[in-house]
Design a binder for this molecule. Structure first.
Ligand SMILES: Cc1cc2nc3c(=O)[nH]c(=O)nc-3n(C[C@H](O)[C@H](O)[C@H](O)COP(=O)(O)O)c2cc1C
Length: 191
């Protein structure tokens, strides 16, 4: 691959674009839902983020070729499972196409009947609010309906096409300092 000039380049292929975007470290989620036939479905997804506090909205971006997204769209709801570091195998399983991704994976139904994968750091179930076009992906906006409990564990991270973890517990300011910081930086206006 040709090195990029320090001033950047306007000529790049999708491999270079992917490499550049891979410098952005994310967490890993499994987005799940349930088919008409009560078959659980899901896929590994890093393109997840919180979008809005009020109303509580999130987004994720499924490829247009995804086989599970149409099932989620038909159901009108999905559950975001935020993976812990120990769940790398779960990520690998749901990150490849297959009819039996839930084999050996323990899960419980959410209030809307969607799969909550055990040992996830937390989960949020959402109803589909909007679906926008995003090139070869869709941009799905979801409204949070139920928040799961939060486990004290390390997150699974995805960076440069591989998995890594963080040290835990990390050092944070004392709670009162954090309150001050949040107040100083605009309080409720930022996630
Ligand atoms: C760590 C990781 C992150 C991924 N993030 C996304 C993503 O954000 N959007 C997406 O469409 N696919 C993503 N994938 C790929 C899908 O999980 C994969 O294509 C899967 O086979 C899709 O399954 P489906 O066709 O059953 O929907 C990711 C895979 C991995 C391993």
């Amino acid at each position: 691959m040709a090195p990029l000039s320090p001033y950047g380049t306007q000529e790049f292929d999708s491999r270079q674009f992917r490499t550049a975007m891979g410098q952005f470290c994310t967490g890993v989620t499994i987005i799940t839902s349930m088919g008409d036939n009560e078959q659980p479905v899901g896929f590994a997804c890093q393109s997840f983020t919180a979008l809005s506090l009020d109303p509580p909205l999130v987004i994720f971006c499924p490829q247009k070729t995804s086989r599970t997204w149409p099932v989620m769209e038909a159901r009108g709801s999905f559950c975001v499972n935020v993976l812990a570091n120990r769940q790398q195998e779960v990520s690998a399983k749901f990150g490849a196409p297959g009819d039996n991704k839930f084999a050996g994976v323990q899960w419980d139904p959410s209030p809307l009947g969607l799969p909550v994968i055990r040992h996830s750091l937390t989960w949020v179930e959402c109803t589909v609010e909007n679906v926008l076009d995003g090139g070869d992906h869709y941009i799905v906006v979801g409204r949070a309906q139920t928040l799961g409990e939060v486990l004290q564990d390390k997150p699974l991270l995805f960076y440069r096409g591989g998995y890594l973890s963080t040290e835990h517990p990390r050092v944070t300011p004392a709670a009162n300092q954090l309150d001050d910081l949040i107040t100083w930086s605009g309080g409720d206006e930022w996630l």
